[in-house]
Design a binder for this molecule. Structure first.
Ligand code: GLN
Length: 250
């Protein structure tokens, strides 16, 4: 099989907390199962041909970096919507999550345009939501998993009525510190505030994304052979404990 193609959107601007580490995890977990990953950076004016990318990734950034690239990212909206309709998978983290929504109104009151792929908008608040987070997710019916991570955002994300969150907050703030939900999921697209080592300590999510990308390419969900993951599970447990003891609260 030709390599799976990952479109990494604006990697030079949206890469806070080493969000690009998530790509390294996808790369390794794909290779261990005999799949090759080809990562292509996508910036302003990028040409995105229909069907070319199996997965899109966008990391987090500060308001300043987001403001610099938001119009150029929004200009890619028609191509990104088409790719999504054709079954490409998406992972968007923090600032990237906000910009996959309709808009982000930043600290200075400026409205940054979004891609409008996720049914939500975000408004910067006066207090930052910082801390370890633990979520309960059920991306596949009957398959309950937990996600452990770290959040740091001032933006409060409001999901549209009836939109599906990524998970329920067990500890931490989540989308807005009030509703008890975190992230958003539409089909194969996921947005979340969980940063940095999201995939290293949540290998089940990495495999879920890989499976979506492979399904986009081949038309069938692959059976990915399980990996030992002892270190990954330990990292998850440490992170989950931290969230339970010092997860953010207002
Ligand atoms: N600028 C956004 C906020 O503070 C996102 C920050 C980030 O990506 N860490 O809400």
């Amino acid at each position: 099989m030709e390599p799976l193609v990952v479109g990494h959107l604006f990697p030079d601007y949206l890469n806070i907390y080493a969000d690009r580490g998530n790509i390294a995890v996808l790369n390794a977990r794909a290779a261990w199962r005999g799949y090759e990953l080809e990562v292509r950076a996508l910036g302003a004016g990028a040409e995105i041909r229909p069907g070319e990318h199996d997965l899109f990734y966008v990391g987090g950034g500060q308001d300043r970096e987001q403001a610099l690239i938001a119009p150029a990212l929004a200009a890619l909206a028609p191509a990104l919507h088409e790719a999504f309709e054709q079954g490409a998978a998406f992972l968007a983290v923090c600032g990237g999550y906000q910009l996959l929504g309709r808009f982000y109104r930043d600290q200075s009151g400026v409205e940054q345009p979004g891609v409008g792929l996720l049914p939500l908008h975000t408004i910067a608040g006066s207090r930052r939501m910082i801390g370890d987070v633990l979520l309960e997710c059920e991306l596949e019916p009957g398959r309950r998993e937990t996600l452990a991570g770290f959040e740091n955002h001032a933006g409060r994300t409001i999901l549209d009525e009836g939109a599906e969150p990524l998970g329920r907050v067990v500890s931490g703030f989540g989308n807005d510190g009030e509703t008890g939900y975190e992230g958003c999921r539409v089909g194969r697209a996921i947005g979340t505030y969980l940063h940095g080592p999201l995939l290293p300590r949540n290998p089940w999510l990495a495999d879920w994304l890989l499976a979506q990308a492979i399904a986009h390419r081949t038309g069938a969900a692959p059976g990915l052979e399980p990996l030992p993951d002892e270190l990954e599970h330990e990292a998850h447990a440490v992170s989950a404990r931290r969230a339970e003891t010092r997860g953010g609260r207002f």
